[in-house]
Design a protein around this ligand. Structure first.
Ligand code: UFG
Length: 344
């Protein structure tokens, strides 16, 4: 029985790859389950280069209905400390256009994973949830007791996953669930070897700015400057992906202590909001590049402001963010500059 093994679904993705490196560095054996639908096999090489150890890979789409037996067989033969579950679709706009696909994939993946966990007798799961479950019902900062109200199918799929996991924990004595509600992950590993590599036109602010800075796009479209915020542009709580990855290790450690099972939920954010224009200025300063902007209309589904109250994570997990906006910009830019075309 080796309780130092961890299963990492979606481990080849942006956030997963950073968690994989930290897990290996902390002495865990990592098994990544990924189908590379939104990531590159080159990520596995980079994880190995950074950590010195190649994680085991099970290449599989976990939403496929009959994958349970095959994956369970691939994982058999050792004990697992826990699962960190990140695999899923994550584009808000796409989820509005393709709700069925989002529910099938994001819920199907979790249901299959729970069946696999039952077969391999693993009782701990850290789940990648999102601040998007809060919607816009709470004045900032929002803590974990804030009102719940997603505004799109992606957000509902996160919420429904939290519910499935809670029901499962209630029905299975000793089953431990930790939901981590991420705010806006940005930045990259300081080596510049791994980072965010969105396919197509980036949906999110940082990768879009980075592609403008590196010359792949002309100007950033700022989605509205008439919000009731510091300068009229949207305000978000950006969190460095290394801080976020460290939050997962803290959560796993907590899950491994004996709490008798049940559900715990933590916001992972900095507790500080920045506007789009503040981010643009910080990125321009960190990169030494000009970032032309063009103000356009509001993006459907956007909210004015969301900022985390992350006090609970500090109190219970002993975790808080260490890296500021400048560091996020420096590391994001370093990654983009070193890899102008991503992993291609
Ligand atoms: N923005 C622009 N131009 C762009 C992209 C974004 O002005 O090209 C603005 C948005 O309007 C918003 C801010 O930058 O004000 C941040 O937008 P992102 O798309 O980077 O992030 P969101 O806050 O919309 O969404 C992110 C994740 C979701 C997650 C959500 C949780 O993408 O997966 O945070 O709050 F659900």
């Amino acid at each position: 029985m080796n309780a130092r093994s961890v299963i990492l679904t979606g481990g080849a993705g942006y956030i997963g790859s950073h968690i994989a490196v930290l897990l290996i560095e902390a002495g865990y054996e990592v098994v990544i389950i990924d189908d590379f639908s939104n990531s590159s096999p080159a990520v596995i090489d980079r994880i190995e280069k950074l950590s010195g150890i190649r994680p085991q890979l099970v290449e599989q789409d976990l939403s496929v209905p009959d994958c349970v037996d095959g994956v369970s067989a691939a994982l058999a033969g050792r004990g697992y400390a826990g699962v960190i579950h990140l695999a899923g679709l994550k584009a808000v706009g796409e989820s509005v256009a393709q709700p069925g696909r989002y529910y099938r994939v994001n819920l199907g993946t979790t249901l299959n994973l729970l069946s696999i966990m039952e077969k391999i007798k693993c009782n701990n799961i850290v789940f990648s949830s999102s601040a998007t479950v809060y919607g816009e019902l709470n004045p900032p900062p929002v803590d974990e007791s804030g009102k719940i109200g997603p505004t799109n199918p992606y957000g509902f799929s996160k919420l429904f996953n939290e519910q499935i996991l809670a029901d499962y924990a209630a029905a299975n004595q000793g089953f431990q669930v930790i939901n981590l509600r991420y705010f806006n992950p940005v930045g990259a590993h300081p080596s510049g070897l791994i980072g965010e590599d969105p396919k197509g036109i980036p949906n999110n602010l940082f990768p879009y700015i980075a592609q403008v800075a590196v010359g792949r796009r002309e100007a950033l479209n700022v989605f509205g400057d008439d919000y009731d915020t510091v300068d009229g542009t949207g305000v978000r709580d950006y969190i460095h992906v290394m801080d976020l990855a460290e939050g997962h290790l803290a959560a796993l450690k907590f899950a491994l202590e004996d709490h008798g099972g049940g559900v715990a939920c933590f916001n992972l954010g900095c507790g500080r909001g920045y506007s789009v224009l503040e981010v643009v200025n910080a990125f321009a300063a960190a990169s030494g590049k000009e970032i032309p902007v063009k103000v356009v209309g509001r993006r459907a589904g956007d909210i004015a402001e969301i900022v985390a109250d992350a006090a609970q994570a500090e109190k219970i997990l002993g975790w808080k963010t260490q890296r500021d906006l400048n560091q996020m910009c420096i590391d994001h830019w370093h990654w983009q500059e070193q890899n102008p075309d991503g992993f291609a």
